[in-house]
Write a protein that binds this ligand. Structure first.
Ligand code: NAD
Length: 289
């Protein structure tokens, strides 16, 4: 009998989380007499980055979080950019700092991220926060992996004991994703561009998170029937359409569930960002009192 494939859409989860965040922001305002504030640093004029930054500001606005955009020239030097970040670090009215990636190639992203005060690092990407994640006590967890876990939990997918694979080992997605799945008691295999027999490995898995960044590379032959797949990839292809790393049209009737692109992981990333802003704002301002 053909499997009834479920689409793991973010919309309902996002609505529930937004309602909760609204209350948190309300409590915050009542306690500190201001709302939390996010600073987003955008270097250059990358159109996709501009869209992402605009969405973040719109969501902040919707939730009553203040947000400020610092737009910088694409030719800015590392020293100048670090200076802007230091200024935001020192500003007591800024609760979270996000540097929109990718940065122009002359800038060392790692060095720039390390310049962010870990107490304001809403992306959870500083070495300090990544180390805390390994130790299981991170103050802010990278937004996309955090959002994936929230999405899976919302749809009641029990992770304990599952055989899971993560495809991709970036600091922003793959590595924290594997750690979070492990913390949920899943058994995790990390795969990447040098993995041998990728298809053979993935075919054994109950759940696969794909973050390879390769448009529509993964057809149904990579997954066992009845598996769950989370597609983190997001690409605009030649005809202007948005797609993920999955060949989504092949998945119906084969997978138990998968995340659509758009409408799956993307909105969850923004919600996680908002959760991190509010959490870091509470932590830092409580300690200042
Ligand atoms: P990245 O390029 O830094 O990392 C890609 C990883 O995939 C690498 O570790 C590489 O080893 C691995 N890889 C590449 N090709 C592979 C292959 N053929 N087989 C196995 N492994 C392979 O990318 P990233 O920053 O982790 O992002 C991955 C994708 O997720 C991109 O499409 C990005 O746009 C998307 N993304 C989406 C969101 C969201 O909110 N939806 C957030 C972050 C990233």
């Amino acid at each position: 009998m053909a499997i009834q494939t479920q689409l793991l859409k973010a919309r309902e989860v996002a609505q529930a989380s937004e309602a909760q965040l609204h209350n948190e922001v309300h409590k915050f305002k009542a306690h500190f007499s201001v709302s939390p504030q996010l600073a987003v640093v955008l270097v250059g004029h990358d159109p996709a980055s501009q869209v992402y930054v605009r969405r973040k500001h719109e969501t902040c606005h919707k939730l009553g979080i203040r947000s400020v955009k610092i737009e910088l020239h694409p030719d800015i030097t590392e020293k100048e950019l670090l200076h802007h970040i230091q200024r935001l670090n020192a500003d007591p009215d800024i609760d979270g700092i996000l540097v929109q990636m990718p940065l122009p190639s002359h800038l060392d992203a790692k060095k720039i991220i390390e310049g962010i005060d870990p107490l304001k690092d809403v992306d959870g990407l500083t070495t300090s926060n990544l180390g805390a994640l390994v130790a299981g006590n991170a103050k802010a967890v990278s937004c996309t992996p955090k959002g994936v876990i929230s999405l899976l939990k919302f749809y009641d997918i029990q992770l304990k004991g599952l055989n899971c694979a993560v495809v991709g080992r970036s600091l922003i997605v793959g590595k924290p994703m594997a750690l979070l799945l492990q913390q949920e008691d899943a058994t995790v295999t990390m795969c990447h561009s040098a993995t041998r027999n990728l298809k053979g490995i993935l075919q054994q898995m109950d759940l696969v998170v794909i973050a390879a960044g390769k448009p529509m590379l993964f057809g149904k032959e990579f997954f066992r029937e009845g598996a769950v797949v989370v597609d983190v990839g997001i690409h605009r292809i030649d005809n202007g359409q948005i797609c993920g790393d999955l060949k989504a049209t092949e998945m119906n009737g084969h997978l138990l569930a998968y995340t659509p692109v758009p409408g799956g992981v993307g909105p969850m990333t923004i919600i996680s960002l908002m959760e991190n802003v509010v959490k870091l704002a509470f932590n830092r301002r409580s300690n200042l009192k």
